[in-house]
Design a protein around this ligand. Sequence first.
Ligand SMILES: C/C(=C\CNc1ncnc2c1ncn2[C@@H]1O[C@H](COP(=O)(O)O)[C@@H](O)[C@H]1O)CO
Length: 220
Amino acid sequence: MLDSHHRGEWKTKDAWRALRILSEFVEGFDTLADLPPAVSVFGSARSRPESAECELATRLGAALAEAGYAVITGGGPGVMEAANRGATEAGGMSVGLGIELPFEQGLNDWVDVGIDFRYFFVRKTMFVKYAQAFVVLPGGFGTLDELFEAITLVQTRKVTRFPVILMGVDYWSGLLDWIKQRMLDDGKISEADLDLIRVTDDVAEAVRIIVEASPAQEPS
Ligand SMILES: C/C(=C\CNc1ncnc2c1ncn2[C@@H]1O[C@H](COP(=O)(O)O)[C@@H](O)[C@H]1O)CO
């Protein structure tokens, strides 16, 4: 994991790293504090702009913006960019929470409010804290990490229950079958846990689920 052989130096560096982590939390909280109700949208960084999932993400971003939600993504390419694009083109607020990576590409061109994080776990806190729902489109390890973080937080009641919606029924069907046939049958989750995940390909239905679950907003 951490490859230094000098344990003393290690400890000192870790102590200072805590300040860097704290500063990321402060910047995130400060930048996002005044965000309107928002939805975090996840999905592959590798999807081509002309792919079905990017087309879906763009329609979703637009529909969320039209329903008054800011759209938060990882600020990267692929599905993230498509969702940010949909939100921006529909006149909504488009947020990108980028991550410093060795092969970094920077925030996509459709982000109005952007932050770059060094630490995945700080960034994940922001996705959860400032969103009223998660929508998860087809993706790889990064997307699965974000999906299962959300479900675990809701399942363990670390956060107030919020909708976690999978879009791309065909893409997710194998995973959902395995969850039902293996995880559930083996007693690793309970029947009620299955209800934590909603699945649809219909943008209007996804927005309806989110609106119905959203807490009433206080007049400003
Ligand atoms: C792979 C490439 C660029 C990666 N750039 C990313 N920028 C921002 N956020 C990212 C990036 N890669 C992963 N993420 C996060 O994970 C999810 C996507 O991961 P997946 O493995 O592609 O499913 C996404 O929701 C982000 O939050 C070069 O193309």
